[in-house]
Design a protein around this ligand. Sequence first.
Ligand SMILES: [Zn+2]
Length: 617
Amino acid sequence: MPRPPLAVLTLSLVCGITLLFTPTSFGQTPPDQTAPVQTTPGQNAPVQAAPVQAAPVQSAPGKGTPEPQLSTRDAAAQQAATAASSFDQVIDRAVEREHFFIAQMKQLHPLVETYLQNLKQDKEIDAPVPTSDVYFLGRLDMSEGTDDRTFTSPTTAGLGKRMLSKLKNVYSMRFLPLGFAQMVILDQDFQRKYYDFTFVRREFLGEVRCVVMDVAPKKDAGKGRFLGRIWIEDQDYNIVRFNGTYYPHPRASYYLHFDSWRANLRPGVWLPSMIYSEESDLKYRLGQTLDYKAQTRLWGYNLKDLRRNSEFTEITVDAPQAVQDQSQKAQDASPIEAQRAWERQAEINVLDRLQQIGLLAPEGEIDKVLLTVVNNVMVTNNLDIQPEIHCRVLMTTPLESFTIGHTIVVSRGMIDVLPDEAALAMILTHELAHIVLGHHLDTKLAFNDRMFFPDERTFERMDFARDRSEEEAADKKAVELLNNSPYKDKLGNAGLFLKAVQTYAPELKNLIRAHLGDSLLNGNATKMSSLMTASPQFDRKKADQVAALPLGGRVKIDPWNNQLELVKTKPVAITTAAEKMPFEVTPFFPFLTRVGSAAQEKTAPGAEKTAATPSGQ
Ligand SMILES: [Zn+2]
């Protein structure tokens, strides 16, 4: 009597490996005869058709549509390279470049994340503090144009429709995401005849020398023109920063103020990377005022290159021995090996998927920093875990962490706000404990068809949250591991961080909330709460007590290829409690560089670097 279950298992395993790269190619690469996935959308493959239609984002750069020509400078730029001799010429060239920019943006579909905090004045620390927050993540699609710049308009056309569906709930009608996405554009139809330009000065933004101008719409130039200041780099005459608002606003709605930055991502090409927006005391309805600050980040401009495309490296990743054996003589995996390979398959499927849609950063230097911390805990606890543990970073802001098989994932926002290495160790060790305790990834994800869903449904289809009993077990195990680690005497600040989380949780619901994994909170209790008992009293008024850092202080995004790097900023002495700004949004002030410049070489991913672990100061 044969043993069907085993046969099924082996067969599925083989299928798993052969099909490994099928999902990566859907909607992104030209039709491939070997991949049935690529058949015309809507025929007999409803599940596969959906993403193609719902996510024009993915299909747009693929078949049929011409590639955005980003790597070559156009004629205008070449011409502009011979320095513009007069102020008039600078304006002409900047206007021309801006039209080229809009044409480019119509073909690009970066992810757009806006995190906003509503504010009120706090008398005790004499500064505005957050009272509530809003989070939005979507994909920019300007192919149909975006003419709605107002935030009070009830329409959510365009970008709004493409919101990741679960996030609809957290997004409040008070602010339209479209309103923030709009801030990547100065003016859809930027024409000299609509504006008055005034030369201000020349100024360096980072290493990039700019011509600074004030720009004001002429009378009768129409609604929603830009009013403010622009910075034009003096090589190709791209606008690299603009700061102001749209004007005049329609009746009963308002335009917000913003500071919009672009980064030089390809030779001669500057694309939107970050936008800071704030309003204080804007009266927008009878008796109601609007006080808020918001950060918008864009990334994932070049998603098609984020696919893994070498299946051989893929399969050898964790089992070089096994592959070698295979090449020598054909050999079936033993049941235990098959089970491990099966779980690893699910893990790779999920990681690939998250990376392809731009939610997971490609492997990089920060992963190594995280892994160093994990290793510190493992070595002192004599842990030898197979397959070996990896660490990865989720690109998003909300504070969360989770495991996918033997991969520990921590969000960018979490890395930003953790006060020191011991606090980072606390977060990582909790996840390590899940792995040590053998809490498994749902292996249904090892079937590749499970990955065929539209990007927008990622947060529905992927859920790595653990149940309460697994959470409690992991907390307990993690404390045990930490007490046996180099961090055991430094956990006071980690506990303090948890107290800060607990204090701010009611106001910052959308930050202290997980989308894919586990939140720092279990109901009202925090993760790893036993560490809180040994930590000092949390005091938001004490200037020298740093329990959590502001957002955006540690991790820098390359919006083109999603590579992350640690920001190297000198520690700044905090003089007042108001400057601590735990978990808060702050303005952006990036050091602009040119592609291929010395400054950029120095910070390029892969360049020689000291693996500095994050530390608060
Ligand atoms: Zn957990």
